[in-house]
Design a protein around this ligand. Structure first.
Ligand code: ZN
Length: 268
């Protein structure tokens, strides 16, 4: 069997949220329980750039290698997640929406969470100083694969440039908002100077997986300890499934059409 590499995806570690956002929120005690399992089962949690560095070195990936990632850069990362990560001595990678730093999660308005506070620049510097890798997650959180080429380039390149400028760090990894990418978008991300990018895909990654479409699993509060161990072992999920299935392309066409109807723009 191919060795599975679980890359866990969290968004918000907090106590309350709008009902429609519930799926993306993990309660602090549940997050703590999940990290406790990683610790008890001797998992080594790398940042995404550490993981990709290891994969590219050609060395064998030790069993029980995993990664913890967070998308968006919500303010509760600092208060809700960092103390628990530190207590368990785990690092993580945080993908930040660069155009909304210090503002609110406007793109979540449809889920009743458009006013969730985002981390500010100083908090991001503190988070980076605590050993968390910062990655880019576009400027404004669009579905990048249905944008025009010029817009997609702007979202990808400007998010890297702004984060690097404001944080004084090299930003090496990218995460696709909503997990959506296409061959063109993945090429743009590589050409922008990133060395990896994370998708969603509800699957485990593996050493042979495309570095610009790393599979992640969305973590929820209702997984439970047994379910969490099943996920880590790769018993309940696929490992590195194909990237561009006909189903994915069909769904992209639907989303493109929706966007076209919404904006009346001509897409290229
Ligand atoms: Zn996101």
């Amino acid at each position: 069997m191919v060795q599975p590499i679980p890359i866990l995806l969290y968004h918000s570690i907090a106590r309350s949220c709008a009902a429609d956002y519930r799926r993306w929120l993990v309660l602090p005690e549940e997050f703590e329980r999940q990290l406790q399992v990683l610790l008890e089962d001797s998992y080594d949690c790398l940042t995404i750039s550490e993981l990709v560095g290891l994969l590219d070195s050609g060395k064998d990936v030790p069993p029980r290698t995993a990664a913890i990632t967070f998308d968006d850069g919500l303010a509760d990362f600092a208060e809700g997640a960092v103390p628990i990560l530190r207590r368990h001595n785990f690092s993580a990678t945080l993908y930040v929406v660069s155009g909304l730093v210090g503002s609110t999660s406007r793109w979540l308005a449809g889920l009743g969470e458009g006013n969730r506070p985002m981390l500010g620049w100083q908090e991001l510097r503190d988070v980076a100083a605590a050993g968390i890798e910062i990655g880019a997650h576009t400027v404004s959180h669009p579905e990048v694969d249905v944008l025009s080429a010029a817009e997609a380039q702007r979202e990808i390149r400007n998010s890297k440039a702004t984060l690097e400028d404001k944080l004084g760090l090299e930003i090496r990894s990218f995460a696709y908002p909503h997990g959506y990418s296409s061959k063109t978008v993945r090429k743009m991300v590589a050409e922008a100077g990133f060395s990896s990018a994370c998708s969603v895909r509800h699957a485990l990654a593996s050493a042979s997986e495309n570095r610009f479409a790393l599979s992640r699993i969305i973590m929820t509060s209702d997984i439970g300890t047994t379910g969490f161990r099943e996920i880590l072992a790769g018993r309940s999920l696929p490992i590195s499934p194909p990237i561009d299935s006909a189903k994915i392309a069909g769904w992209r066409a639907v989303r493109k059409l929706r966007r076209l109807t919404r904006t009346g723009e001509r897409l290229n």
